[in-house]
Design a protein. Structure first.
Length: 208
């Protein structure tokens, strides 16, 4: 029972921490600086929906992609751990990963009227690290409960992302840049450990 609870907690924290809506707050505020609160909430909702649909699609199609390219779960766990680890290192240093959105994408987002789907949903929330995590977790799920937990974690993370972005201005005022950086570093540290565990599990599965 304890092992099952640990697995479920690992699934949820892996998805939540790699999506990390908190680090998207400053960029989201810049991109929607000319928009009223109701438009910001609409953009936050679209971004959360885009994130949920994207991660769910890759989680569902993960096994098909593995078979199509002849990729083993072990290999993808190692690769996923590396990608997650790179994101985690950026979080530990309290800087937003360039694997998510580039300066060009950010500039385009400022000019666009609708930033909900791109670049907010993809790649700011559902970036390469989040997609890899969803595919690895769904591919490695051994029980119906663990499989359901992956999709529940995606849905809950998307909902928390909406709440975070909808309240972005209040969060920035309450926490400030220092508070947000501290939380980002703490989440990055945990994510580093999760990434290392992914790599260790992949090596064990490969029999190396």
């Amino acid at each position: 029972m304890l092992k099952t609870l640990q697995d479920l907690f690992l699934v949820f924290t892996s998805v939540l921490f790699i999506v990390d809506p908190l680090t998207a707050v400053p960029t989201f505020l810049v991109m929607t600086q000319r928009d009223p609160p109701e438009v910001r909430r609409l953009m936050a909702r679209r971004g959360a929906w885009t994130c949920a649909v994207t991660l769910t699609a890759f989680a569902l199609g993960g096994s098909l992609i593995f078979r199509l390219f002849g990729i083993t779960i072990a290999a993808f766990k190692i690769a996923g751990g590396v990608v997650i680890g790179l994101n985690a290192l950026d979080m530990v240093q309290a800087r937003r990963s360039q694997q998510r959105e580039t300066p060009v994408e950010k500039a385009e987002g400022i000019e666009k009227e609708d930033v909900g789907i791109m670049p907010l949903g993809i790649p700011m929330l559902a970036g390469p690290g989040a997609i890899s995590t969803a595919m690895v977790l769904s591919g490695a799920a051994k029980t119906p409960l663990t499989t359901a937990a992956v999709y529940a974690a995606i849905a809950l993370t998307a909902f928390l992302s909406y709440l975070t972005l909808a309240a972005a201005s209040r969060i920035e005022q309450r926490l400030g840049q220092t508070g947000m950086r501290i939380l980002t570093r703490l989440m990055g540290l945990v994510l580093c450990a999760i990434a290392v565990q992914f790599i260790i599990d992949g090596i064990k599965m490969a029999g190396l």
